[in-house]
Design a protein around this ligand. Structure first.
Ligand SMILES: NC(=O)c1ccc[n+]([C@@H]2O[C@H](COP(=O)([O-])OP(=O)(O)OC[C@H]3O[C@@H](n4cnc5c(N)ncnc54)[C@H](OP(=O)(O)O)[C@@H]3O)[C@@H](O)[C@H]2O)c1
Length: 250
């Protein structure tokens, strides 16, 4: 099957598009990046560790289906200023000429701790990576996303239950992202930029391993089960979930 055509010969869901995936070396990020490439997208792989990024790059570049070549973008969301995010957007514009989607998979989670005992620096870093940096990146990319006829911003979020104690800044950022989604959706409702969120169930990833012992965690699923849901929200069909949080069954 060509990377630009689905099984039935119709154009693949993301054919000719450019998609930026953050946390691209992570459990869901890597699976979603590969699925986006399979759906025809040129994928910008954002992650902070080059060797890990290279593994994802190689898996996509060496896929026997002949997928569009991805681009690595090593980037530490915790240390980057807004100007670094703006430079990232400018480089995508210069190198790839367009941007049709941003998938926010990068997330920091310091483990389960009562707020009272949270390390103050870790609180600020996690809130920054899980909320502010997601917004900064979106803000820097918005001019390019507006130029596309149909583009998408997808926030991957966790359960935002207000009684979820001990998740610290990570838990707080989940609730704040719902406010970010609602605000952005209201402000972009008449624009070509669709905003939505994906809430996967428990997934077997390094992030979850900070809270659960892996071999006793029977609820966690392979993150690859949610990769197609990411593609769906980035593709035109994702319009059905505009402004909403989608929690698909794996
Ligand atoms: N796992 C679950 O059960 C679960 C459930 C619901 C929702 N989610 C959501 O799913 C998304 C993906 O998480 P995951 O489970 O796939 O976790 P993961 O495998 O730990 O991936 C998270 C990624 O974020 C990256 N990251 C962390 N801090 C960063 C920074 N400062 N700069 C750049 N990248 C940074 C990590 O990079 P490194 O590889 O360098 O550490 C990692 O690649 C997150 O939004 C999470 O909230 C997860």
């Amino acid at each position: 099957m060509s990377a630009h055509a689905a099984d039935d010969g119709a154009p693949a869901a993301l054919a000719g598009r450019v998609v930026l995936v953050t946390g691209a070396a992570g459990g869901l990020g890597a699976a979603a990046a590969h699925a986006c490439a399979r759906a025809g997208a040129s994928v910008v792989l954002l992650g902070r560790k080059v060797p890990k990024l290279n593994r994802v790059y190689d898996a996509i570049a060496n896929d026997p289906a002949g997928l569009p070549e991805p681009v690595n973008y090593p980037f530490d969301l915790a240390g980057a200023g807004f100007e670094d995010h703006a430079e990232l957007a400018a480089r995508i514009q210069a190198q790839l000429g367009r941007l049709d989607g941003v998938l926010h998979c990068a997330a920091d989670f310091a483990g389960l701790t009562p707020l009272e005992h949270t390390d103050p620096a870790a609180f600020a870093r996690v809130l920054h990576v899980d909320l502010t940096a997601r917004w900064w990146l979106t803000q820097a990319c918005l001019p390019m996303l507006r130029q596309a006829s149909d583009s998408a911003v997808v926030f991957v979020v966790d359960d935002a239950a207000p009684d979820a104690a001990y998740r610290g800044a990570y838990g707080i950022a989940q609730q704040a992202q719902l406010a970010l989604l609602a605000t952005l959706h209201a402000e972009l409702a008449t624009s070509p930029v669709r905003v939505s969120a994906l809430r996967p169930g428990p997934m077997r990833t390094p992030l979850r391993a900070r809270a659960y012992v892996e071999d006793q965690d029977l609820r966690a699923r392979d993150p690859a089960r949610y990769a197609d849901a990411c593609v769906h929200l980035l593709a035109p069909a994702g319009v059905a979930h505009r402004g909403q949080v989608w929690a698909p069954t794996p």
